[in-house]
Design a protein around this ligand. Structure first.
Ligand code: SAH
Length: 248
């Protein structure tokens, strides 16, 4: 079981697989006022940066589940590096339908809401692991500027304008699902550069090392087109944030 190989190639050097920076991840951890021993569940935990740094900085204990074998191995290595192996655990597997054995204080899905079939389904899934009064974290894109055409939405790798909301609409949608938005940390364009531009050097180095790989032509095409696509579309039109929610 694994995610499509192209992601394991293009994001192999990422510690954070989203436009949030290490600084903003730290801001989020502080904003949530996490207490020592707080239990955190992270569905789609990637390379484990959120759980590992929050274990180091706030003494949380956490479990992450991710379908990428590579990212899960990287998460385990990061836990060793930050000396938090006794506090965090990373499971390689499908997080769809995953409910923790005991209730957690924080249940998160940061940039992987397809795991629950969309925002509403992911909130419902996370809520099944959450203690009463706990905090749910969801990381999602929104339209920073509403695309004037469907073509621009597709340039942002959305299927349609209707894939995402504006920020006020997204916040209102959490309310309609019965949740208070109690905190948020938003990415900015520099954060998007860290996420997107970091793929370019990774792709270039991978191409130099793997010229005969079956994905070489796809990676070559992406490396050629991605800087322009990012600057024209994603960087201008797409916002992203992590939203902290509590049930009303
Ligand atoms: N939350 C992490 C990773 C976000 S990228 C971070 O912010 O860095 C999305 C992640 O979801 C990837 O690591 C991918 O491997 C993982 N993923 C995709 N489908 C999944 C599934 N069905 N179950 C678990 N993880 C999944």
């Amino acid at each position: 079981m694994d995610i499509p190989r192209i992601f394991n190639i293009t994001e192999s050097a990422h510690r954070i697989h989203n436009p949030i920076t290490p600084e903003k991840l730290a801001t989020l951890g502080a904003a949530l006022r996490l207490e020592t021993g707080a239990r955190v569940l992270d569905l789609g935990s990637g390379s484990g940066e959120m759980l590992c740094t929050w274990a180091r900085d706030h003494g949380i204990v956490g479990t992450g589940i991710d379908m990428s074998r590579l990212f899960t191995e990287q998460a385990r290595r990061r836990a060793v590096e930050l000396d938090v192996v006794d506090r965090v655990e990373f499971i390689h597997g499908d997080a769809a339908g995953h409910v923790s054995a005991g209730k957690v204080d924080v249940a998160a899905c940061v940039g992987a809401s397809w795991i629950g079939g969309g925002i509403a389904g992911t909130i419902e899934l996370l809520a099944r692991s959450l203690r009463a009064g706990g905090i749910l974290l969801i990381g999602e894109p929104f339209w920073r500027r509403l695309p004037p055409t469907e073509e621009i939405a597709r340039g942002c790798l959305a299927n349609a304008i209707s894939d995402f909301s504006t920020l006020p609409e997204l916040l209102a949608s959490f309310g309609r699902l019965g949740y208070d938005v109690v905190e948020m940390v938003l990415a900015d364009q520099d954060g998007w550069d860290r996420y997107e531009a970091a793929k370019w050097l990774t792709m270039r180095r991978w191409l130099d090392a793997n010229p005969d790989d079956e994905l070489a032509s796809e990676v070559r095409a992406r490396l050629t087109s991605e800087p322009g696509r990012h600057a024209t579309f994603t960087r201008e039109y797409l916002g992203w944030g992590v939203f902290a929610l509590m049930a009303r």
